[in-house]
Design a binder for this molecule. Structure first.
Ligand SMILES: Nc1ncnc2c1ncn2[C@@H]1O[C@H](COP(=O)(O)OP(=O)(O)OP(=O)(O)O)[C@@H](O)[C@H]1O
Ligand SMILES: [Mg+2]
Length: 377
């Protein structure tokens, strides 16, 4: 079975059987004439993870023998580049794409007569989906988005993902914290509530408890977390539960190891929605923290175990991903202290050490670094 671009299942994966069954049933229903499905729900609620579980589901794979393809579209998509990569993945031949219409035509040829599932994750604009909508009748398109309106515009059949219920939220919290669900007390329940039952916030808080912080301290810190700077940069930001959990988790890391927290905050230079090759982070932290590649890998593992980022190590290329909400948080911090310009300067200096004649002359790794770090050059 061919899976292309599909992310890893996250650590401490919680099966959401009812949600998966409902979505699978819709996507597999052969009578559907629409062919476009939309998984909708608020940020951090678990859409990407549920779509990942669907892509890796045996029955889904059996229904789409020509493969399951995944494109993370995101807020600032590089559409022709994504079309070119997808075309190459489907046809096996590299293709240079000059504009989105040519890309769409190429995709139409590649997907002709195929039975494939294409997943467009994290869609912010309906128009972005249209440049990929070139599938044959045997194929299906699944979109994930926070924005219901996009699904209406595209005529997609909607599937809404709701919050975890209390038993699910406690199961996830318990798994991350290393406690049995039966051992969770009122303070742990209050932490789950402070997290708004959002999986990302629950992961961060569970990891803090696993690292030795008592439930009561986590609860208090969440209640006292000051998100004034977020309010300033993102007025009416709806995801404060997750940001509070991030703030408390980074403050705990700061106490434990101030340098590690400083390195983490530097990841504000990573682009949203683009997995950064581990080599890109090594280049940055070798320069800013004087860390060896081994120390960088160790720190990334630590940050991953705290739920502060996601490391992908299963494929040949090791990569690091920040969730959109983690990215928003880091950007807000750097904007607050006017740190972004300085960080970009650091990235350029880190590059210039590696590519004496300018970055395009450097090894391929440096060009990938450029793709994944949001530098203004
Ligand atoms: N079923 C699950 N089991 C374990 N962890 C989960 C699960 N669902 C979500 N998470 C955790 O929560 C994080 C956020 O989930 P996810 O990325 O799926 O949210 P999303 O709805 O796609 O958000 P966005 O709208 O920002 O893209 C994941 O990175 C993972 O750490
Ligand atoms: Mg997502």
């Amino acid at each position: 079975m061919y899976l292309w671009g599909v992310p890893d299942i996250p650590p401490h994966f919680l099966e959401r059987n009812a949600a998966l069954d409902g979505l699978r049933e819709k996507v597999l229903r052969s009578a559907s004439s629409v062919g476009i499905f939309g998984l909708q729900g608020m940020g951090g609620i678990g859409k990407t993870v549920l779509a990942t579980a669907l892509a890796r589901d045996e029955r889904v794979q059996a229904r789409f023998p020509d493969g399951v393809y995944w494109v993370t579209v995101g807020i600032e998509p590089q559409l022709t580049r994504q079309q070119a990569r997808l075309t190459e993945a489907v046809s096996g031949t590299p293709q240079s794409i000059a504009d989105v219409q040519q890309g769409k035509d190429c995709l139409r040829q590649c997907f002709a007569d195929k039975q494939a599932l294409l997943i467009l994750d994290d869609l912010w604009n309906a128009a972005d989906a249209k440049v990929f909508a070139a599938l044959d009748a045997g194929s299906r398109l699944l979109l994930t988005t926070r924005d219901r309106e996009i699904l209406t515009v595209l005529g997609a059949e909607e599937h809404t993902l709701g919050l975890l219920d209390e038993p699910q939220a406690l199961a996830l919290l318990a798994d991350w914290s290393g406690c049995a669900v039966s051992a969770l007390d009122d303070e742990a329940l209050a932490v789950a509530r402070e997290c708004g039952h959002l999986p990302l916030a629950l992961s961060l808080c569970g990891a803090m408890v696993r690292d030795g912080i008592p439930w009561g301290d986590v609860k208090e810190a969440l209640e006292e977390a000051d998100l004034g700077f977020i309010e300033k940069h993102f007025p009416n930001y709806p995801y404060t539960n997750v940001l509070k959990a991030l703030e408390v988790s980074v403050a705990a890391l700061e106490k434990q190891d101030a340098q590690a927290a400083e390195r983490y905050r530097e990841l504000a230079v990573c682009r949203a929605d683009v997995a950064a090759p581990e080599t890109a982070i090594i280049t940055l932290w070798e320069h800013t923290g004087n860390l060896s590649a081994r120390q960088v890998r160790q720190l990334l593992r630590r940050l991953d175990s705290k739920g502060l980022l996601q490391q992908e190590t299963a494929t040949s290329e090791r990569r690091v991903t920040l969730h959109d909400l983690q990215h928003d948080y880091l950007r807000a911090i750097q904007t607050e202290c006017n740190g972004l310009a300085g960080l970009h300067q650091h990235v350029l200096l880190a590059y210039s050490k590696k590519c004496a004649a300018g970055w395009p002359s450097g090894p391929l790794v440096m060009q990938k670094t450029h793709d994944s770090l949001s530098m203004r050059m």
